[in-house]
Every structure is written in C-alpha cells, then in structure tokens.
Write a protein that binds this ligand. Structure first.
Ligand code: CA
Length: 232
C-alpha cells in the first residue's frame, strides 16, 4: 500500500528512535511530526489531524495509555500503534483496552514497523477501492462501507480503525464461525500467528459499542474453542 503523503505522528522520548522512524517514514513519502512527551503527543494528536500515531508507552509527563485513552475520549478514530518493550507483556493488553489498534514490541525491525503502519493506516486512504456498496444491517446496527459510518439505533458509533474492519468482516460473513487465527489473518493481515488477545480485546471493545447488553451479546457470539460467530 502506498502511504506517501500520509501524516504520521511519532510520540517517543528517545531521540535516536524518533530519528530512525522519521528517516524511514519520510523515505516512504510520509510527512512526520514528533512529540517527545505525552502531553505534547496528546496535543498534537488532537490538533494536527494525523493519519496514524506511533505511540511509545513509557513517556515523560503522561504515559502512552493515558494519551491513548484521552485521544479516544475525544472521539478521535485515528489508528494508534502502541510501542512497548518486550518484557511488558501485560502492557499490550492494557494498551488495546485503552483503544490502541495494534502494538509492536521493541526492538522491532523497520520492515515490520512499516508493514504495521501500512496495515493500520487510516482506512480513508482507500478511496476508490469499493465496488458499488450498500449499507449493511444487523438488527439496529448499520454499517456504510462508503462513508465508513456505523450506527446503532440511529446514533453514530465512533469506531477505531480495527474495530471497524472487524465489524465489517463480521457483517459481511455472518452466521459462520471464524477462528481467532482466521480473524487475525483477515482483519489484521498477519500471516503468522500473532497474539490472539488482540482479537479478543477488540471483540470486547466492539461488543461494548454495538451490543445492547455486552454481557449477553446478540450479534458477536463466542463459540468456545472455535472462535466467534456474527449473527445478524
Ligand atoms: Ca520511552
């Protein structure tokens, strides 16, 4: 995917990492902005309208979780990739719960990072991809593939990029059990077996947004040992 012209916000307090990210993203034609602490990161996330945010976890002034939480509190759906250290296993899950779309662990290869950036780049970057599409319905939930709008009982629901992709996958493949591996591959474009908790956490977040009672879901049904099934 071509990411030239896209604006990436890098929130990272280590100058050397900012430099190498900047260099590689600019080589792909991206425009980059850097913030070296959490407060500045949040401020730039809300004012600079980035197409994607690379967010370090351990930051001065405000940590990555808090930055992520506050961005989502402002109904910003910009894709966020959380950057964590390898030993911080639990942090990944917390990051996803705070509304991050994906995470990458340090140290990462630039190839891996660019692949993640391309996978997660704001979906408005695929303008003419759609065949003539129509609104998909499931009960009182609607999804419009042209405008990327999702509503429940007539009210617009702000979804993050991966929440939207997952819901769209479910709604276009209803009544069919999808394993977590399958969802990982189809929605996250990971060909290898990534961390399956990414799928579970995103499902949980999606249920909280589209289910009337997330504890007793009517649409996204768990099939224990098999995966998830979407019911229209
Ligand atoms: Ca840091």
């Amino acid at each position: 995917m071509n990411i030239a012209g896209k604006k990436v916000l890098i929130v990272e307090d280590e100058q050397s990492i900012v430099d190498i990210l900047t260099f590689n993203l600019q080589k792909e034609g991206c425009q980059t902005i850097a913030a070296f602490d959490g407060e500045d990161g949040l401020n730039k996330a809300l004012t600079e309208n980035p197409d994607l945010i690379l967010l370090d976890l351990m930051l001065p002034k405000m940590d990555g979780y808090e930055v992520c939480r506050r961005i989502r509190e402002n109904f910003e759906t910009v894709p966020i990739i959380m950057v964590t250290a390898r030993e911080e296993e639990e942090d990944k899950v917390v990051g996803l719960e705070m509304g991050a779309d994906d995470y990458i662990t340090k140290p990462f290869s630039m190839r891996e990072l660019l692949a993640r950036v391309k996978t997660n780049m704001r979906r408005q970057t695929f303008p003419a991809q759609a065949a003539p599409s129509k609104v998909i319905r499931a009960g009182d939930v609607t999804l419009d593939p042209d405008s990327f709008e999702v509503t429940k009982a007539g009210r617009q629901i702000p979804l993050s990029s991966k929440e939207y992709d997952l819901l769209k996958y479910f709604m276009t493949n209803p009544e069919k059990v999808a394993s977590r591996e399958e969802l990982m591959e189809k929605v996250w474009n990971y060909e290898y077996y990534g961390d399956m908790r990414t799928v579970d956490v995103t499902v949980r977040r999606l249920r909280e947004k589209i289910e009337t009672n997330p504890a007793e879901p009517e649409h996204i049904i768990t099939r224990r040992g098999a995966g998830y099934l979407f019911r229209k």
